[in-house]
Design a protein around this ligand. Structure first.
Ligand code: UDP
Length: 493
């Protein structure tokens, strides 16, 4: 896919990618790094020692493929930020939101080391692509007189809604958090209660950082989104019109990963042997397996996990269930053993305790449905593999993704939760969804009758469009080329 022809080394644009160190943000930016490099750009990808060790296989693979990506592990100063050693990723934080602020502040300490590194680099940087939570990168871009582009990791639907929410302060005078609030200027009527809005992931104490983010976002030259034009045209176009910013829809970026190995390497090392997982899937009929996974940072309460397990068992459908309990929830390990759950479902269920090779699983012909927390990566990964969803949002943009998937795209059904949970409060024993409802929804999604089939057809059609967008000549492919070209032209001015 080396679509961009570079006359000489000096014309090669150099993109500096700065992610938020959380799997849901880092994974798509690693895909972005590969995409830019495979189109001919030089990429510096900023990371930390712990995060780099998690993606060793990816780093090695990039080296072996001779892709021009440099992974730059900058030391992460936990002590100075008052964090325990090793707190280098959102999923390592023990107290959820309380440490989140310190974690974000620690990221700011990367500014000077990054500037020093780039000053010494033989190819000067030409563009910074920064996660929106890293506003300090604005100063890096200004230091070198280069543009800064923002990456939010949301859909265009959610990005637009977020921007309108912030600019119009639509929740400022809202007292009832359940009251549906209209989102003015959205391409179609949309009402979102405060407790299902993007603000549901806006803890107090972050006001200063949020203010800086807003300021730097407004200075940035545009937005990069992990979506494609054919999927989200009205929202992409409205964003451009309302906020006068360029939007680069260059996804679904996960489609960069073509081989099973590449898919399996994403994020962390998988907690299951890929061969075993594939053999299990190979033994299943087409579209017969439900995949259950709630992303990288969402943790369900132990009692809730048990309800999910019992609901899956009662449905008698085949399933792969990813449980992220581990040390933090020994009661779940204990329940699995005491109740001999794995034994009870062994003819139809595969349980992965820890990290699953999600994209590898979703791309398998045996997968017919996905019970998801509706994070945008999981959603777009499901879309590009033509897999319909049961949506179970927890917080942040996830409720907006649910609206998009269920009401707009009509490729999913709701599990039926109506308010966000607070990230970090998973120890509580609150049960949001009972086992009977889990069973009912699983049967509804996996149904082979008219409605279920229509959902499947729509999902498959979107999957085909997604693949076309990323192929040579497709909309996202062309956007990547254009982005490189625009940055290159700025360099030559
Ligand atoms: N993921 C994975 N295996 C897991 C859990 C998550 O590969 O066991 C990947 C998933 O494919 C996606 C990302 O982690 O790329 C999660 O991002 P998402 O936006 O869905 O949710 P978040 O983790 O940010 O809540």
């Amino acid at each position: 896919m080396n679509g961009f022809n570079h006359g000489s080394q000096s014309k090669q644009p150099h993109f500096v990618l700065v992610p938020l160190m959380a799997q849901g943000h880092t994974i798509p930016m690693i895909d972005m790094a590969h995409l830019l490099a495979s189109h001919g750009a030089l990429v510096t990808f900023v990371t930390t020692p712990l995060n780099a060790s998690r993606i060793e296989s990816i780093i090695q693979h990039a080296k072996d493929s001779q892709l021009p990506i440099q992974f730059l592990p900058l030391p992460f100063n936990c002590a100075k930020a008052g964090l325990p050693e090793g707190s280098e990723n959102l999923d390592t934080l023990r107290t959820g939101l309380h440490e989140f602020k310190a974690f974000l502040e620690a990221c700011f300490l990367n500014k000077d080391p990054l500037i020093s590194y780039l000053r010494e680099h033989k190819t000067p940087p030409s563009c910074v692509i920064s996660d929106t939570t890293q506003p300090w990168t604005g100063e890096v871009a200004r230091e070198f007189g280069i543009p800064r582009l923002c990456f939010i990791g949301f859909s265009a639907f959610a990005s637009l809604c977020r921007e309108i929410t912030v600019v119009h302060k639509i929740y400022d005078n809202v007292t009832d958090e359940n009251e549906p609030v209209p989102v003015p200027g959205f391409p179609h009527p949309l009402e979102v209660p405060k407790n299902r809005s993007v603000l549901s992931f806006s803890p107090p104490g972050l006001e200063n950082i949020r203010e800086k983010m807003k300021e730097e976002d407004s200075k940035s030259v545009g937005l990069i989104t992990n979506t494609f034009q054919e999927l989200e045209s009205p929202y992409i176009d409205s964003y451009k019109k309302l906020f006068g910013k360029k939007v680069w829809a260059i996804g679904p970026m996960c489609l960069y990963n073509k081989t099973l190995k590449q898919m399996a390497f994403r994020g962390n090392r998988a907690s299951i042997d890929e061969e075993r997982c594939l053999n299990w899937l190979d033994s299943m009929q087409d579209g017969s397996v439900l995949f259950v996974n709630f992303g990288s940072i969402t943790r369900s309460a132990p009692l809730q996990l048990i309800e999910i397990g019992l609901g899956l068992e009662a449905s008698r459908k085949h399933f792969i269930w990813v449980i992220k309990a581990g040390e933090k929830m020994p009661e779940i390990e204990q329940w699995l053993i005491e109740e001999k759950f794995e034994e009870r479902v062994k003819d139809r269920g595969l349980i992965i305790k820890g990290w699953a090779p999600q994209v590898m699983i979703l791309s398998h012909r045996a997968i017919g449905g996905f019970l998801t927390h509706s994070g945008w990566n999981s959603t777009i990964e499901s879309i590009c593999n033509g897999v319909p969803m049961i949506t179970w949002p927890h917080f942040g943009d996830q409720f907006l993704n649910e609206i998009f998937v269920v009401d707009v795209l009509k490729i999913g059904i709701r599990i039926g939760v109506d308010k966000s949970i607070v990230w970090g409060s998973e120890k509580s024993d609150e049960i949001m969804v009972r086992r009977d409802d889990v069973e009912r929804k699983v049967l509804e999604l996996m149904d082979e009758e008219k409605e279920g089939m229509e959902r499947k057809v729509r999902a498959r059609e979107l999957g085909d469009k997604a693949k076309k967008a990323m192929e040579e000549g497709g909309s996202s492919y062309k956007k990547i080329e254009l982005l490189i070209q625009v940055v290159q032209e700025r360099m030559l001015k």
